[in-house]
Design a protein around this ligand. Structure first.
Ligand SMILES: NC(=O)C1=CN([C@@H]2O[C@H](COP(=O)(O)OP(=O)(O)OC[C@H]3O[C@@H](n4cnc5c(N)ncnc54)[C@H](OP(=O)(O)O)[C@@H]3O)[C@@H](O)[C@H]2O)[C@@H](O)CC1
Ligand SMILES: Nc1ncnc2c1ncn2[C@@H]1O[C@H](COP(=O)(O)OP(=O)(O)O)[C@@H](O)[C@H]1O
Ligand SMILES: [K+]
Length: 544
């Protein structure tokens, strides 16, 4: 993996946990003690003065963690109300419950009880964790609904801390599981201040409702690294489980196999031959073509071209039709312009081997994109297909054939639905069971079908390669990135990286990460034009 950190599915997490316990080197009780201690430690770090806490403990091992947290917070002087269920099938959780009972009482985990007890400074949700596969029901659903009401205003009082994950969220997809009995039977979505998850992020922490539900996400090391690395490597060698990574530039480095983001990004950019190398010249830094569209629609392609230039392509040529040439006369002067009126001219341009990347789609017009697309695909040159090119692609007679793994498709949700209506339909279904069909499942299937890298944009961008490798990037902290034209900048940035010789999957991942970092660096008030201007500062900060 190039960037960030591994994401584990709930099944992989269970397998790693089992392998650790079967080795005899660690017991389930020890892991539970470490998990509880990690949460109690994070709570004490954030709220050093002992206060009051209500701890809600469910029937599984997540509940077991809750009893450990109760014991440790009580020892630290916190005033506690602990609510739990009678029937605890797991031996470890049952033991942790016994240990707590020697210290304090357990009230029944009912909605009535939760209403009766006085408000605390924090509520700790240890009801369900990664073992949840069906929607919460009955009394527990009512408790969760009440918990959602009590903590609806986010950072108000009581604050909500969730153990491993918000209860009721499918951790493989980030969607709330629904009973199908109507909203009154389902829990309210939770809105936590802090989530302390164990060992690795799960897809549900980063996808869909996950980021809003989790609040600040902290990944706690509970000593499973040795087994994780072995299992993940074995799975990768056996080609059973393609890599799923989080592009998470701010994420701390967790193990020796991964460098920090800037080191990894440097490696990627270093792969671009002489990019940034003193001996390189403009052609060895790559020549990118950005196709523009009819008069009056030039802004999108210009944004893309500017991003390709700032992204480090050695040369960028903007290619509008003759009739639109005049509107592109302004800056940047570094940008070359060349008219492109028909498919024959693209064919001629692509005979130049120095053209190392092409961007088709932003502001292009669907008809023009459709007329140029066959030649572009025929040349199998690294390319980004965005916007109108995606609409044209969805209507092409041989779709999804004709692409190669050096193409990057960058649809937003609407374009994705045009390209892959069945997958979009499955994503829109109301999830009744876990693991629910996720954006990662959808993207892996999409990339496999068309043989190209597919990047589905959104606050939770997912990128997948035809071989199943995938990344999730969460930009939920930069909502101001959702403004007109930022997608065009992303397309241009990726084509800039392609032109520098970076492979499609990594160019897409690096593009997404740098794009969001640029938005984060600028802050609210951002317009798409500001993004390319952030790149020089960002590259300097990252040492790229
Ligand atoms: N990964 C690790 O390394 C470590 C993990 N640890 C902890 O273990 C947690 C996973 O624990 P877990 O698998 O026991 O499942 P958990 O999420 O607690 O509960 C879900 C279960 O509840 C059951 N259920 C019962 N009533 C229900 C109702 N009304 N509505 C709905 N469901 C209901 C339901 O049963 P079922 O659907 O099978 O009938 C389901 O199986 C994990 O998140 C972490 O906190 C750490 O301790 C140590 C290290
Ligand atoms: N809520 C959001 N928070 C953060 N980023 C978002 C959000 N919604 C969309 N984005 C990002 O903003 C960009 C929008 O791209 P796109 O939909 O193509 O817009 P446009 O066509 O106007 O350029 C993408 O990079 C996408 O990932
Ligand atoms: K929980």
């Amino acid at each position: 993996m190039l960037f960030g950190t591994e994401i584990l599915t709930t099944a992989q997490m269970r397998a790693i946990e089992s392998a650790a316990m079967e080795s005899g080197e660690v017991t389930g009780l020890t892991l539970m003690e470490r998990a509880g201690a990690a949460v109690a430690g994070q709570i004490r770090l954030r709220w050093p003065k002992p206060g009051s806490a209500t701890i809600l403990c469910g029937p599984g091992n997540n509940g077991g963690d809750g009893y450990v947290i109760a014991r440790l917070l009580a020892q630290a002087g916190w005033h506690l109300h602990v609510l739990g269920v009678d029937n605890i099938p797991g031996p470890d959780a049952a033991e942790m419950k016994r240990r707590w009972k020697r210290i304090g009482p357990i009230a029944p985990l009912t909605e009535g009880e939760l209403r009766r007890i006085p408000d605390s400074d924090i509520c700790i949700d240890a009801i369900f964790g990664t073992g949840l596969t069906r929607p919460p029901e009955g009394e527990i659903a009512a408790v969760l609904r009440r918990l959602g009401q009590m903590t609806a205003n986010g950072d108000g009082r009581p604050r909500l801390v969730t153990v491993d994950c918000p209860s009721g969220l499918c951790m493989d997809s980030g969607v709330w599981l629904h009973s199908g009995l109507g909203d009154d039977a389902d829990p309210m979505p939770l809105n936590a201040t802090l989530t302390v998850a164990f060992d690795s992020p799960k897809p549900g922490h980063l996808l869909q409702r996950g980021p809003a539900a989790c609040g600040k996400l902290v990944i706690a090391d509970i000593g499973l690294r040795h087994w994780r690395e072995r299992q993940v490597d074995q799975a990768a060698n056996a080609r059973r489980s393609p890599m799923l990574g989080a592009i998470w530039p701010e994420f701390p480095v967790r193990d020796s196999r991964m460098g920090d983001f800037s080191t990894r990004a440097r490696i990627a950019l270093g792969k671009g031959g002489s990019a940034g190398h003193p001996a390189g010249h403009k052609y060895s830094h790559g020549h990118a073509l950005v196709v523009a569209g009819p008069a009056g629609h030039g802004g999108a392609a210009r944004l893309a071209a500017r991003a390709a230039l700032r992204g480090g392509a050695g040369l960028v040529t903007l290619c509008p039709p003759s009739a639109a040439m005049a509107e592109h006369a302004g800056p940047p002067d570094a940008l070359m312009r060349r008219k492109l009126d028909d498919a024959g001219q693209v064919r001629a341009m692509l005979t130049d081997p120095r053209v190392a990347g092409l961007c088709l789609g932003p502001g292009c017009g669907v008809d023009r994109a459709a007329s140029l697309l066959p030649v572009v695909l025929d040349h199998a040159r690294p390319c980004v297909l965005d916007a109108d090119a995606l609409t044209a692609l969805a209507q092409a007679p041989h779709w999804p054939e004709g692409l190669s793994d050096n193409c990057v498709l960058t649809p937003h949700a609407g374009e994705f639905a045009r390209l892959f209506p069945d997958l979009a339909g499955r994503l829109a279904e109301t999830p009744r069971r876990g693991p629910a069909f996720s954006r990662v499942d959808a993207l892996r299937e999409a990339a496999r079908r068309c043989g190209a890298v597919v990047l589905l944009k959104g606050p939770d961008t997912v990128i997948a390669a035809p071989d199943g490798q995938a990344y999730i990037h969460s930009a939920s902290d930069v909502p101001w990135l959702a403004t007109a034209g930022t997608g065009d900048v992303l397309a241009g940035l990726i084509v800039g990286f392609l032109a520098r010789g970076i492979a499609a999957f990594e160019a897409a991942a690096l593009g997404v990460a740098i794009h969001a970092k640029a938005a984060r660096r600028f802050g609210p008030g951002l317009i798409a034009d500001d993004l390319p201007e952030q790149l020089p500062f960002l590259f300097r900060e990252l040492g790229l």
